[in-house]
Design a protein around this ligand. Sequence first.
Ligand SMILES: Cc1cc2nc3c(=O)[nH]c(=O)nc-3n(C[C@H](O)[C@H](O)[C@H](O)COP(=O)(O)O)c2cc1C
Length: 205
Amino acid sequence: MSSLLFVTSSILGQNSKSRELADELVAKWRSAHPGAQVVTRELTVDNAPHLSLETIGALGKPTQDRTTDEQARVDYADGIIAQVEAAVTIVIAAPMYNFSIPSALKAWIDHLARAGRTFRYTETGPVGLLTNKKVYVVSARGGIHAGQPSDFVEPYLRVVLGFLGLTDVKFVNAEGLAMGAEPAAKGLAAARTAIAELSSIAKAA
Ligand SMILES: Cc1cc2nc3c(=O)[nH]c(=O)nc-3n(C[C@H](O)[C@H](O)[C@H](O)COP(=O)(O)O)c2cc1C
């Protein structure tokens, strides 16, 4: 059965625009996949931890040698990978903060990228192991950045997700949200039109 993983990373709670728009995208997906499972990971609610020396050390130890704290770190990292592996569709709400992604989303990616599990190195270069999944990224921005050197959200996410094998990635950018009422309304309307036109959501998977 199809399943969708919904990852949120805004620090603005109920006022999050990336969350609001991504909710609409998920609702569209749900109506195209009745009964399918949706799993939500809210990274700011999680208080997503940074990847640390302790976690890397714990991952390198045999299970029986880990302390309770080390096992909890491994369980958290394994849980992030397992959720992505289990999903056929992934929706990421990725606001722009200081030209890039929120630190909680970066921490999620740092836990997801694991050599030998989600990617591997070969003689011909790295190979991503998270294949055959569709990814939708909804990115709210105060200004206008798409296609500009100031956009470190879309180019970064395309590279790092592609490195992990997630190459089918569609972006919906809601821009100009801090530029006044009219530009904000225009930015939100454009994003809603883009979501409505995402025909791939309706197809199987
Ligand atoms: C901490 C912080 C940093 C921000 N940095 C930028 C920025 O660099 N460029 C920009 O255009 N907007 C910036 N904004 C505006 C946000 O992109 C905008 O509020 C957007 O709606 C955030 O998505 P969210 O509502 O889902 O959190 C920033 C907002 C916050 C709270």
